[in-house]
Design a protein around this ligand. Structure first.
Ligand code: CU
Length: 424
């Protein structure tokens, strides 16, 4: 679904329905009847008019993940409850300065965000415009959305209740098991990798190839960087260029990944098969100098320094931020608009957590005390077990109440979320 004349009008019906997913027929929680709902495409400065109809027997709502937009009223307000049988009209006015890249949308219905997202309630949202930073011969290259979305099975349904993060799961790309992606030898494609799962991590690797990263969490990089594998903590996205190798088949896979002694050991799994075939294309040279302008908060004046502690009980059933479980009626952090703050996010638990803040992106300054040389801003970062990260965040344009939380949604539902209020 693409915006026209500055507006994208969308109706999303939330419905429990049988879907074809990964070669099976299963009951799922869907938007418009699809396990993989429509990809929404907007331009900076657009308005998104979105009507949500809830036919479930529990409340729901919507969050547009990573987007710089008001957290209040009928915009990105995660405190809204759309009751069973109810309809709500969201109106998001995005700024002209919105950064192009890959974002996503999903239920933020505390404390059912994990069941609803695991059931199927997540999709991809793209802000157009990344191509403007590419050389002219790469501005119209083939794009693939690669939504990383997994499902566990219970009886004839996608499992939603009593989710155990480490249980065997089916890792799909756009709802398909091991789909084929085609490329010509030498051809350059833009892949939009998005972890839209409820709870799991992906450590994505493409056999025999490298990823050339042009945007991270919806923010274009200052300089293209190259990686053999990319860690996508729950909620993370990377926009990457991939160049077709010699004719043949290569697996897109997630490598085994361990989130710590109290966490999970995710096994290796095949995600998709890349088939390189057809006439050889001219292999484009990728830009090596400046890619896109980025904010750098290294020399910013710091208005406040805070420590944010993530912890959990030994049973792994209750999760805390600064010793407290989420309470929507309490303001945990009050920050001033147009200031920069430095937060030390400390993880006292024995597993990684996927730290995420709404509304404004942050700059990752260090991991376990080692300075981090980033390539722009991000909206999620995995905090090492028994470790810490330091971030800097500038509060731009929007006041109001919003949240920061762990994007492993089982953890969020069990308390690991705090209210952030941005004030004038
Ligand atoms: Cu967590």
């Amino acid at each position: 679904m693409v915006s026209h004349d500055g507006v994208l009008r969308v109706e999303l019906v939330v419905e429990r329905r049988q879907v074809d997913v990964g070669g099976r027929k299963l009951w799922a929680l869907t938007y418009n009847g699809h396990y993989m709902p429509p990809t929404l495409r907007i331009q900076p400065g657009d308005k998104l008019d979105l009507t949500m109809k809830n036919t479930l027997d529990e409340y729901t709502n919507l969050h547009v993940h990573g987007l710089h937009v008001s957290p209040s009223g009928n915009a990105d307000n995660i405190f809204i409850h759309i009751d069973p049988g109810g309809t709500f009209h969201y109106a998001y006015q995005f700024p002209k300065t919105l950064r192009p890249g890959t974002y996503w949308y999903h239920s933020h219905a505390h404390p059912m965000s994990a069941p609803q997202v695991a059931g199927g309630m997540s999709g991809v949202l793209i802000v157009d415009g990344l191509q403007q930073y590419l050389p002219a011969d790469l501005r119209h290259i083939t794009e693939h959305v690669i939504a990383l979305k997994d499902f566990q099975v219970q009886g004839d349904a996608v499992k939603t209740q009593n989710l155990h993060i480490g249980d065997p799961t089916n890792r799909t790309v756009n709802g398909q098991l091991n789909p084929t992606i085609r490329i010509q030898p030498g051809e350059t494609q833009l892949w939009r990798l998005a972890n839209v799962s409820a709870n799991i991590y992906y450590n994505v690797h493409l056999q025999g190839q490298q990823f050339h990263v042009i945007a991270h969490d919806g923010t274009p990089v200052d300089r293209i960087w190259t990686a053999d594998s990319l860690l996508l903590a729950a909620g993370a996205r990377f926009d990457v260029l991939v160049q077709g190798g010699p004719a043949g088949h290569n697996q897109l896979e997630t490598l085994a990944y361990n989130t710590g002694p109290a966490g999970n050991q995710f096994p290796q799994a095949t995600l998709a098969t890349l088939v390189s075939e057809g006439p050889s294309a001219h292999s484009a040279a990728l830009p090596t100098s400046t890619f896109a302008p980025t904010a750098d908060l290294s020399d910013a004046t710091i208005a406040a320094r805070r420590t944010i502690v993530f912890s959990e009980n030994t049973a792994g059933s209750q999760y805390y931020i600064n010793g407290k479980q989420f309470d929507m009626n309490r303001v945990d952090i009050r920050s001033k608009l147009n200031t920069v703050e430095e937060w030390t996010v400390r993880n006292d638990s024995n597993e990684e957590h996927s730290f995420h803040v709404h509304v404004d992106h942050f700059q990752l300054m260090s991991i376990n005390g080692s300075p981090h040389q980033g390539h722009g801003l991000q909206d999620t970062v995995s905090v090492p077990a028994k470790g810490q990260v330091v971030i800097r965040i500038r509060f731009n344009s929007y006041t109001g109440k919003t949240v920061l939380h762990c994007h492993i949604l089982n953890h969020e539902d069990a308390g690991m979320m705090a209210v952030l209020e941005i004030v004038k």
